[in-house]
Design a protein around this ligand. Sequence first.
Ligand SMILES: O=C(O)CCC(=O)C(=O)O
Length: 280
Amino acid sequence: MLSETDVALHADRIRRDGYTVLERVVAPQLVADLKAAVERIEREHHLGPATTSFEGFKTLRINNLLTYDDVFWEVPLHAAVLPVVEAVLDKECLLSSFCSLVLGPGQEAQPIHEDTQLIPLPRPHIPITINAIWALSDFTATNGATRIVPGSHAYDHAPEYGKHYDTQMATMPAGSVMLFDSALWHGGGANDSDARRFAFSCAYCWGWMRQQENLQLGIPQETARRFPRRLQELCGYGVYKGQFGHIDNRDPIELLGRERGKRMVWEATDVKKARQAAQS
Ligand SMILES: O=C(O)CCC(=O)C(=O)O
């Protein structure tokens, strides 16, 4: 857990520099459990490396992670990470995508990019997605630490795909999390070591945006019903500001068996008016 002052400090760094690093905030036992779960799933589901140059021909990316093992539920909800994300976005933010990033030895550096550059908004703009890169291994200069261009979230253009840029390596010890505004120019490094670099990307977006992964359809309802309420909300079972995401004026969280979801804004306005009239 971070103090309120530290949460505000990290949120300010994201706004100013485009990124911040929360050092060693993940308990070593959780790091070990998460790595073991990734390796087990890879084995049991016979998963292999990605098949596109962007995703990395020597990189294991497991998408839709929440469906594989309950241990992954702890990641989007992590008590040191989520409050910083909520301070930059708001408390009605959503999980946008969550996948493993296991760089195998020999993985080449990923082209520098930004995660929301296909969204047709003039740059620079407010942070719309915050990505959390979880280091489950030490991130070093040789095993593929994420490369970043500090301050680039404020540039008025996106990087040119495939072009060389001078970058800084986000080296950090295992158990650390780098949070960044997804408009920051970045890319995975080259893994020139003989060991795998274990990591997650866990990205959050505003509640008024479309998520990168379709979590309402991708996660079976029986699984989502078992989630803690906050994780259900993060996955899109909610109504942003009581307006966006309703189903026939009902909060979709009721589909998961929760008794009373959020009131729609139009209903809440009348309830407030009636209450004020009763008091006067
Ligand atoms: O692997 C990394 O360090 C970063 C990966 C990344 O930025 C991406 O896949 O969009």
